[in-house]
Design a protein around this ligand. Structure first.
Ligand SMILES: [Mg+2]
Length: 128
């Protein structure tokens, strides 16, 4: 399983990298939406899941999700918004843009696992 973590916080990227790595994911990191699109376009394989922060410089998470969902080659990518923006307006906007699930910061490992399972990622990865 391959994941891309998109967050301008190096601390948050490290937390997600460690958690996902422990679940058996190979993890690519990007510092904003633009960086993520550039890195995805350079890959041969489409990742299984993208974990996307909301507030980032250059290109924020909502814009990234809209850009990603405008590109058919990324239809299979499961998108999890991982953010402190928890009000209904933000959640609705993200889901309408094409995000599959919403993870509130701060989160623990079990919360992340249940969201990964909710988007159909194999329980074998989650069990690791
Ligand atoms: Mg941020």
């Amino acid at each position: 399983m391959n994941a891309i973590v998109i967050d301008d916080s190096s601390a948050m990227r490290m937390i997600l990298r460690r958690t996902l790595g422990g679940l058996g994911f190979q993890v690519l990191e990007a510092v904003n939406g633009r960086d993520a699109l550039d890195k995805l376009d350079a890959l041969d394989d489409v990742p299984d899941v993208a974990l996307v922060d909301w507030n980032m410089p250059v290109m924020d998470g909502l814009t990234f999700v809209r850009e990603l969902r405008g590109r058919r080659e990324y239809d299979s990518v499961q998108v999890l918004m991982v953010t402190t923006e928890s009000d209904a307006h933000h959640v609705t906007s993200a889901l309408e843009a094409g995000a599959n699930e919403y993870v509130m910061k701060p989160f623990d490992r079990s919360a992340l696992v249940s969201k990964l399972e909710a988007v159909g990622l194999p329980s074998a990865a989650a069990a690791g």
